[in-house]
Design a protein around this ligand. Structure first.
Ligand code: TRP
Length: 340
C-alpha cells in the first residue's frame, strides 16, 4: 500500500478563470468543494495557465477574471481558513513539474484525448479529429492534461473532484503517475476521480448552459436581471394557455424549480394537470431563486468592499501551496537524478 493511501484524503481541483461563475459551475463543482473543505485537506487552484492553452490571444482580462472568480468562490462559501486557494502561475513549480512529466509522456496518449479534441472542435480548429487534423492543435493545448497532472501531483492529491468530461484527463494523470513511479520509484500518488453526481443545469434556452450560447445565469445576478432571464426561459411549447396540460420534463423552469424551489414537490403534478400557468410558475421560481441568490450576492458585496482581500487570500494560499509543492519537487528532482 502506498503512503498516500494510509494518510487522509488530499483534494486538489482547479477552475479556469473565465470571469463571473454560472449556476452550472456552482452545481457541478463549487457546491461540492464547499462541502469538502470541512472534511479534507483541500487545494483549489485558479488555473490561469490552463486558460491560456485555448485563449492565449484573448488574455487581456485574465487578471480581472481571476479576481472575479475568487470573489464568487468566497461568496459561495469557500473559506480561506479551511482550504488553500491560490493562482497556478504564482507557483512556478507547476511549470517545472509539467516540463519534467512531459519527458515521460508518449505523444499518442495526448493525441487521443477526447476532451482536448472536443475543445479543439468547439474552437473550430478541427472537424473530425483525424490524425492530420490533430496537428492543428497547439503544443500547449495538447499538454493541457500534463499540466493538470502536475497540478494534482505537486500536492500529492489523492482525490480530484471533477465532472464527467474530465475523466479522460484524470485517467491520463493516473497513467503518468504509474509511468513515473515505474521508472523512478514510488514518488507520486495515483489520484482518483471523485465524481460528483451533479444535476443537469440547463441554460435558459434548454441547451447546455454556456457563455458562448448566451444562455447562462450567473451566481451573482441582480434581482432584476434574474427575473428578466426567468421571463426568457423556454417552457413546454405545447402548453399555450394557462390551463393546458403541460410536460414538465422538457421545461427549463421546472428544472430550476427542482434545484431552487419549495414548489418543486407539487409543481410537476400541477403542471401536468393544467392547474398552474407558465407565467405564475415563472413568478414562483423568481421568488424562490431570489431567496437563494440574495445572500450570495450580499456576501459577494461584503468581500468586494474589502479592497485587497482577494489578493491577500491568494498570496497566503500561494505561500502554503508553494511550501507543499517545494517538498514534492525536491523528491521528484532527486528521483530523476537532477539533484543528489
Ligand atoms: N481541466 C479542469 C477543467 O476544465 C481544470 C483543472 C486544471 C483541474 N487543473 C486541475 C481540475 C486539477 C482538477 C485538478 O475543469
Amino acid at each position: 500500500m502506498t503512503e498516500a493511501k494510509k494518510t487522509r484524503q488530499i483534494i486538489v481541483s482547479g477552475m479556469r478563470p473565465t470571469g463571473r461563475l454560472q449556476l452550472g459551475n456552482y452545481w457541478g463543482a463549487l457546491k461540492n468543494w464547499v462541502e469538502l473543505q470541512d472534511r479534507c485537506e483541500c487545494y483549489f487552484i485558479v488555473v490561469d495557465w490552463h486558460a491560456l492553452t485555448t485563449s492565449y490571444r484573448d488574455s487581456k482580462n485574465l487578471r480581472s477574471h481571476c479576481r472575479e472568480m475568487v470573489l464568487d468562490w468566497l461568496a459561495a462559501g469557500l473559506d480561506p481558513e479551511k482550504c488553500v486557494m491560490f493562482t497556478q502561475s504564482q507557483v512556478k513549480e507547476h511549470a517545472e513539474l509539467h516540463l519534467l512529466l512531459s519527458m515521460i509522456v508518449p505523444t499518442p496518449w495526448l493525441l487521443r484525448n477526447p476532451t482536448v479534441k472536443e475543445q479543439a472542435r468547439e474552437m473550430g480548429l478541427i472537424q473530425d479529429g483525424s490524425d492530420n487534423e490533430v496537428s492543428k492543435i497547439d503544443f500547449g493545448h495538447l499538454g493541457y492534461p500534463v499540466l493538470q497532472a502536475a497540478d494534482i501531483m505537486l500536492y500529492r492529491g489523492t482525490h480530484v473532484p471533477v465532472g464527467e468530461d474530465q475523466l479522460p484527463h484524470l485517467e491520463l494523470s493516473r497513467e503518468i503517475a504509474r509511468r513515473f513511479n515505474s521508472i523512478y520509484g514510488e514518488v507520486l500518488p495515483e489520484p482518483q476521480a471523485l465524481l460528483t453526481p451533479a444535476p443537469k443545469v440547463p441554460g435558459i434556452d434548454g441547451r447546455k448552459m454556456s457563455k458562448s450560447y448566451d444562455n447562462s445565469i450567473e451566481l451573482g445576478e441582480t434581482a432584476g436581471s434574474l427575473e428578466a432571464k426567468i421571463r426568457r426561459m423556454f417552457t413546454d411549447p405545447a402548453k399555450i394557455r394557462q390551463n393546458d396540460k403541460g410536460h414538465p420534463e422538457g421545461c427549463v423552469v421546472y428544472a430550476m424549480h427542482k434545484l431552487y424551489s419549495p414548489f418543486a414537490a407539487t409543481r410537476e403534478q400541477e403542471c401536468r394537470d393544467g392547474a398552474v400557468g407558465c407565467v405564475q410558475c415563472k413568478k414562483d421560481l423568481a421568488g424562490s431563486m431570489e431567496a437563494v441568490i440574495a445572500p450570495f450576492r450580499e456576501k459577494r458585496r461584503q468581500w468586494e468592499a474589502r479592497p485587497g482581500a482577494v489578493d491577500e487570500i491568494l498570496e497566503s494560499g500561494r505561500k502554503k501551496a508553494q511550501a507543499a509543492a517545494e517538498k514534492t519537487m525536491a523528491q521528484v528532482r532527486r528521483a530523476m537524478h537532477l539533484t543528489d
